[in-house]
Design a binder for this molecule. Structure first.
Ligand code: ADP
Length: 198
C-alpha cells in the first residue's frame, strides 16, 4: 500500500504517522525528517536546504523528488510506504505518480488530517517550547501555514481529480481518539486494523 498522510503543519502527521507504522507495518517516509537529518550531517544537500527550511519555505521540487526516488528504491519500501510531508506541491504529486506508475503502482490512500488554524498555531507554539525546532518560531509558523494554503492544499484537488482515494479525518482530539479514526479510514481501503504484511 502507498499511503500519504496529508495536512497542515501541526496537524499531527508525525505522531499519527508513527501510529500507522505500528498498526499496519508501513514504513514512514518523512521528507521533513530526512531533510533535517541532512542539515544535521552538514551535507551539501543539508547546507542547501537549511536556510529554506528555517524561513518556512519549500525546498526545490527536483531536490525533494530525488530524495524520495532514492528512498523508494530501498528494499523496505517494496511492500509499501506511508509518505509524510510529500508530495507538498502539484509538481511533486505528478513526479510521484510517474515514479509509481513505472513500477505499476499508484497512491492507494490520501489521509487528510483536518485541524483548525487556531489549534495548529497553538500546537506549533507549544512544540517550539518543547523541542526548539528552528522553524517553529511565530513568524515562520505563519509563513508555513501560508505556504500550505497556497502550494500544498491544491495537491488534494489534484488527487481528487486523478481518482485517488481521499479520506478526511478530524485531527482534533486525543492521540488515541485520532488514531482510532485513522484506523477506521484505513479499513475503507481494505486495511482491517491488522498489519498488512509482516
Ligand atoms: P511541518 O509539516 O511541521 O511543516 P516537516 O517536518 O514536514 O514539517 O517539514 C519541515 C520543512 O522541510 C518544510 O517547511 C520545508 O521547508 C521542508 N520540506 C519538507 N518536505 C518537503 C517537500 N516535500 N517539499 C519541499 N520542502 C519540504
Amino acid at each position: 500500500m502507498i499511503a500519504v498522510i496529508f495536512g497542515p503543519p501541526g496537524a499531527g502527521k508525525g505522531t499519527q504517522g508513527d501510529n500507522i507504522t505500528r498498526m499496519f507495518g508501513l514504513p514512514r517516509v518523512a521528507t521533513g525528517d530526512m531533510l533535517r537529518a541532512e542539515v544535521e550531517k552538514g551535507s551539501a544537500l543539508g547546507r542547501e536546504v537549511e536556510p529554506i527550511m528555517t524561513a518556512g519555505r519549500l525546498a526545490p521540487d527536483d531536490l525533494v523528488v530525488r530524495v524520495i526516488e532514492e528512498r523508494l528504491r530501498q528494499t523496505d519500501a517494496a511492500r509499501g510506504v506511508l509518505l509524510d510531508g510529500f508530495p507538498r506541491t502539484v509538481a511533486q504529486a505528478e513526479a510521484l505518480d510517474r515514479m509509481l506508475r513505472a513500477g505499476g503502482r499508484a497512491v492507494d490512500l490520501v489521509l487528510v488530517l483536518e485541524v483548525p488554524r487556531e489549534v495548529l498555531i497553538e500546537r506549533l507554539l507549544r512544540r517550539a517550547e518543547a523541542e526548539g525546532r528552528a522553524d517553529d518560531t511565530p513568524e515562520t509558523i505563519g509563513r508555513r501555514l501560508e505556504v500550505y494554503g497556497q502550494q500544498t492544499a491544491p495537491v488534494l484537488d489534484w488527487y481528487a481529480q486523478h481518482g485517488a482515494r481521499v479520506e478526511r479525518v478530524d485531527g482534533v482530539g486525543t492521540i488515541e481518539v485520532v488514531r482510532d479514526r485513522i484506523r477506521d479510514a484505513f479499513a475503507t481501503v481494505g486495511g482491517d486494523g491488522r498489519k498488512l504484511a509482516s
